[in-house]
Design a protein around this ligand. Structure first.
Ligand code: MCF
Ligand code: FE
Length: 408
């Protein structure tokens, strides 16, 4: 067992505790933490590794919503209008998926690791990222996605989904965990939603769904009108949406680890239901911006926890959590920057762990020892500004430990 000492220790707890000259003791779990003097006095025989000047120890970052299968996209997809983006996904999907091979995804995962990401929630449409995710030290909750609203395709779609889920289950391990994604209320037939959720409950799997991301989705689900009407008429011969938002949400009762992605068009009632379900909102600020969707009003969430996701390179120029946190900092202009930064660090650690159902994201006895060390360019005087400075100045981290093992 080892003691690590840094200039600062961010615990991520109810009181946002930050300890100056803090240290942790860990093997694969966190065993103890506190001021370096008190740890030294308690564990006289143990070696202390001083991480150096201007260093910060904190829980590893958790990217709770990412699509690795779109990793080859840079400039192919259209941004600035949600329908144009959707149409460009349909046109380019096959080519992008084919180019997003294991070698490319390995490279992306390696960059993410160096950037301080220790856990991801990966939405998997095809299962083409499984090989890369099995190999990476980054903990992966792999959400097999069910999608499709055409009634006569249901059986085929459900069998395909179950086969993909099985292949994830076959490979499951401590850091490769099967889960289920329902794509969205507009794109998944109610039968598929019901059956996929039945499976999730039976097998106690975490669940995630995209929910009310765009005004087009809102108009279609609530009023059967808007740009989606044209889209559904053309592609599927459908003129009425199959589900209302509240009906969709009601189906998710009794799912233990649940998250909804985006939610920028959710009403107060929807948010009330999300809170009652105990769900976390995956907040993807860059994706919302580039697809011309609204800003998530995190100030109005009324005790619903939100986590941070980059989404895929299908709607982002980076998969790095510190890039995403910087964007979040710049988008929520109405909030105090130092308070927001503290909140964002909690979103990117503890709340991500809650979304994925993991015992991570916090420096506390018994939690998994997934920790990162950031090195700031100079001294920070005010504790209150520490989180802001970390978000502003970190591109790559100095060290990464996952389940107590050093990987960077
Ligand atoms: O979160 C973004 C935007 N909203 C919906 N879907 C996706 C996003 N990024 C990738 N997707 C995927 C989704 O998983 O796009 C595919 C689905 O498999 C086609 S439907 C837009
Ligand atoms: Fe997404």
């Amino acid at each position: 067992m080892k003691i690590l000492k840094a200039s600062w220790l961010i615990c991520v707890d109810e009181n946002s505790t930050i300890i100056k000259d803090g240290a942790i003791l860990f093997d694969e779990k966190i065993k103890d933490f506190g001021k370096i003097e008190s740890l030294k006095a308690k564990y006289k025989d143990l070696e202390v590794e001083d991480l150096g000047d201007n260093t910060v120890l904190m829980p590893g970052l958790i990217n709770s919503h990412i699509h690795l299968e779109f990793s080859s996209n840079s400039t192919s997809l259209s941004y600035g209008n949600f329908m144009s983006w959707l149409n460009s996904v349909i046109v380019n999907r096959e080519a992008l998926i084919e180019k997003s091979n294991t070698a490319l995804i390995n490279t992306k995962l390696d960059e993410m690791l160096k950037g301080g990401t220790t856990t991801i929630g990966a939405i998997s449409s095809y299962g083409f990222e499984i090989e890369a995710c099995k190999k990476t030290p980054i903990n992966t909750v792999l959400f097999s996605e069910v999608i499709g609203s055409k009634a006569d395709m249901i059986d085929t779609l459900f069998s395909d989904f179950k086969a993909r889920l099985e292949s994830v289950k076959k490979n499951s391990s401590k850091n490769f965990i099967p889960a289920i994604a329902i794509h969205s209320p507009y794109s998944v037939h109610p039968f598929l939603v019901r059956e996929a959720l039945r499976l999730a409950k039976e097998e106690n799997l975490s669940v995630s769904a995209h929910f009310l991301e765009s005004i087009e989705e809102f108009d279609w689900l609530h009023k059967d009108e808007g740009k989606f009407l044209e889209f559904f008429k053309n592609f599927l011969g459908q003129e009425k949406s199959a589900t209302k938002p509240m009906e969709f949400l009601r189906q998710f009762s009794n799912i233990k680890n649940l998250s909804f992605t985006h939610c920028v068009e959710a009403s107060d009632d929807d948010l009330g239901k999300i809170k009652e379900l105990g769900a976390v909102i995956n907040h993807c600020p860059t994706s919302n911006r580039v697809l011309n969707n609204k800003r998530l009003k995190i100030e109005d969430l009324d005790d619903i926890d939100y986590s941070i996701g980059t989404d895929g390179l299908s709607s982002n120029n980076s998969l790095q959590m510190f890039d995403e946190l910087r964007n979040a900092l710049m988008i929520h202009t109405n909030l105090n920057i130092n308070e927001l930064s503290v909140d964002l660090i909690k979103a990117a650690t503890l709340n991500g762990a809650k979304a994925l159902g993991l015992n991570k994201g916090r420096i506390k006895q018994g939690y998994d020892a997934d920790v990162i060390v950031c090195k700031l360019p100079d001294e920070v005087i005010n504790k209150e500004e520490l989180c802001t400075q970390i978000i502003l100045h970190t591109k790559e981290v100095q060290d990464v430990y996952i389940n107590g093992e050093k990987h960077v």
